[in-house]
Design a protein around this ligand. Structure first.
Ligand code: NAD
Length: 469
């Protein structure tokens, strides 16, 4: 029996489909697709009980055409070299699509974090950082990690703290990692950025009347039914903004099971129920789906897989009923399933575009760390007084009274989080429009168009270096 193609082979297959629609030479196309370096490490962890466990971990730098390379660190038992290389590859394309001037990278530590105490996780993360430092695989200008599946702000704080003690450049050290807590140099809006970006991307995609009409849908988010798989950082925030934007969450899935209610599920109530009972199952008014993957097959307008890769395969693709599949996770749809969904007329919003909000705001965090100034610090008051002058002049000309509260609301200058969110919104909307234009002009799907977009942008960098004819 033929074995399943690996994650990297699937990414390469998608790349080949797009590459065939470009005019670049085979040599350049090969250079753009290959993974430049992978560092595999094994190091000992002294556990709390004094025993020793050997930990396996990787860091892949897919493309050095722009530096630093950038990409999250996964804490998962499923991590392996192929997966890290595949995810680093996607990062290169993702950065290019949203015009973030980085190459792609990805890291992984092969552990189930639930099997380790906080102190052990800290030792693992610090040792991993030390290993990266020793091999020049971390640094503000070389390779900048971020959170991913199983890691978050706390781990990023351990990384920056370890790096700072090793680096001899205190001025830039903080920019060695993103997704940090605010007090450690993080940027407001980073935690929710990927989910928020998913929301902006979907909102843009459903705004095109013809694209919606082709799927029997009306434009706009209002009333669209949504199923979300995975309520972690990305899934929870995507679900939250979708609900706030007027969509109806009809199905939610976690690893312990899924719940369904065609009349809608209130996200915060479900989260509170899960916190209290330890499970989303048993939520009042909803039907339990113990076999959680079945949630992907629920009737809905928009399906958002936001957990892990490879969850929509050729086996379950025929049963997917969603009209839009929005890849919040990396690689949730296999290459075979991708072809089958397109055949069914599904609008597939690819990961390389849709979850790029995280790296976009990571880029803002990196800029903030290098400039040592909070966004909006120098402009907020200036904007406020300029706005005040305009509002006062208009109010005078129109002979209307403005209350102090109204004046404050109308004239407020932008805070850091306002600027971050507005930069993210602009980035996601522009990237969608750019990719859609390519899809229309080449007569292809959104994933292939996104890859073409990325290939062309990376090719321009190589052309400007004068390396390739
Ligand atoms: P996370 O660890 O915060 O959340 C993942 C969630 O999925 C967890 O709640 C977990 O319990 C749940 N889950 C695991 N297996 C499941 C299953 N079989 N069915 C349903 N739920 C399941 O991770 P995250 O940061 O939200 O990342 C999720 C995905 O998004 C990954 O593919 C990651 O690579 C991608 N991503 C994350 C970011 C980011 O900024 N965090 C950026 C881009 C892409």
């Amino acid at each position: 029996m033929a074995s399943h193609p690996s994650f990297l082979q699937q990414v390469d297959r998608m790349y080949a489909k797009a590459a065939a629609l470009t005019d670049h030479t085979p040599g350049l196309l090969k250079q753009i697709s290959i993974c430049n370096s992978v560092y595999k490490m094994e190091f000992p962890l002294v556990k709390d009980d004094g025993s020793i466990e050997v930990i396996k971990a990787w860091r892949a730098e897919h493309s050095h055409h722009k530096l630093p390379t950038k990409g999250g660190i996964r804490f998962s038992m499923a991590v392996n070299e192929d997966e890290v290389a595949a995810l680093a590859t996607l990062m290169t394309y993702k950065c290019a699509i949203v015009n973030v001037p980085f190459g792609g990278g990805k890291g992984g530590i092969q552990i189930d974090r639930n099997n380790f105490s906080d102190a052990e996780l800290e030792r693992i993360t610090r040792r991993y950082t030390y290993e990266l430092f020793a091999k020049n695989f971390i640094g503000p200008g070389t390779d900048v990690p971020a959170p991913d599946y199983g890691s978050g702000a706390r781990e990023m704080a351990w990384i920056v703290d370890t790096y700072r003690t090793l680096s001899d450049d205190p001025l830039t050290a903080q920019a060695c990692v993103t997704g940090k807590p605010i007090a450690q140099g993080g940027v407001r809006g980073r935690t929710e950025a990927t989910g928020r970006g998913v929301f902006y991307g979907i909102r843009e995609s459903v705004s095109f009347e013809t694209d919606m009409a082709n799927r029997g849908l009306k434009p706009g988010l209002e009333g669209k039914t949504v199923v979300v798989q995975g309520l972690g950082n990305v899934g929870y925030h995507a679900a939250k903004y979708m609900q706030e934007g007027g969509a109806v969450l009809v199905g939610l899935a976690e690893y312990e099971g899924a719940i369904h209610n065609p009349d809608g599920l209130d996200l915060e109530s479900v989260m509170a129920h899960r916190k209290e009972s330890g499970s989303i199952l048993g939520f009042p008014g909803a039907t339990d789906i113990p076999e959680t993957a079945r949630a992907l097959e629920l009737p809905c307008d928009i399906l958002i897989p936001a957990a892990l890769e490879g969850v929509i395969t050729k086996e379950n693709a025929p049963r997917i009923q969603a009209k839009i599949v929005a890849e919040a996770a990396n690689g949730p749809v296999t290459a075979d399933a991708d072809a089958m969904l397109l055949e069914k007329g599904v609008l597939l919003l690819p990961d390389v575009f849709l979850n790029a909000g995280g790296v976009t705001v990571s880029y803002f965090e990196w800029l903030k760390n290098l400039s040592h100034v909070r966004f909006g610090r120098m402009s907020k008051r200036f904007e406020q007084s300029s706005n005040e002058r305009i509002v006062k002049a208009l109010a005078g000309a129109m002979k209307v009274e403005i209350t102090p509260a109204e004046m404050m609301r109308l004239t407020a200058g932008a805070d850091e989080v306002d600027l971050v969110n507005s930069g993210l919104e602009e980035t996601m909307s522009t990237a969608y429009q750019e990719t859609r234009e390519i899809a229309l002009s080449k007569g292809t799907d959104m994933r292939t168009a996104a890859f073409i977009n990325a290939i062309n942008k990376v090719a321009v960098t190589y052309a400007e270096m004068g390396i390739f004819p």
